[in-house]
Ligand binder design. Structure first.
Ligand SMILES: [Mn+2]
Length: 160
């Protein structure tokens, strides 16, 4: 199963449109949105008509009913999705990994830092960066990941 991962669009639906027009996004079967801002996840769901897993970011507070973290299954994997600000991701992903392990998740997706990140391991840690306000390059980024049961996910960072 191919999933798309995006975060921190901060209301920039043009950036989301650019992402959706990218060749790498064409065969995505479902999206993971790691927060900031919640309305953009709804936009994504409306435009794509695909399932969108979503959580609240720090900029969504207090105007959202979304959860801070969810665990969901896709492609034979168990995935923790969170914005990450509550787990101190700007300093370290250690707590994020601990929370994922406690939930028997083998993938942890976060956002908030606006810096794309892939850390292989018992819990694979993924941050798609920011599609709209990148801090690690001039162009925004998102990810696509191929998920097959009992296989290490194949993850790509895509710049728009
Ligand atoms: Mn944030």
């Amino acid at each position: 199963m191919k999933i798309g991962i995006v975060s921190d669009s901060h209301g920039d639906t043009n950036a989301l449109d650019q992402m959706l027009a990218h060749p790498a996004a064409q065969d995505v079967e479902g999206w993971f949105f790691a927060g900031d801002i919640a309305m953009d996840a709804e936009y994504l769901a409306m435009i794509t008509q695909l399932p969108v897993a979503k959580v609240a970011g720090n900029n969504d507070w207090p105007y959202t009913t979304l959860k801070d973290a969810i665990v969901t299954e896709a492609g034979g994997h168990r995935i923790l999705l969170t914005h990450g600000h509550l787990y101190g991701v700007q300093f370290s992903t250690e707590m994020l990994v601990q929370v994922a392990e406690a939930q028997q998740a083998d993938i942890a997706i976060y956002g908030h830092t606006h810096v794309a990140d892939i850390q292989p391991g018992g819990v694979m840690v993924l941050n798609p960066g920011s599609i709209a306000r990148p801090r690690d390059a001039s162009k925004g980024s998102f990810m696509v990941a191929d998920l097959l049961p009992d296989c290490e996910p194949v993850v790509k960072i895509i710049r728009i």
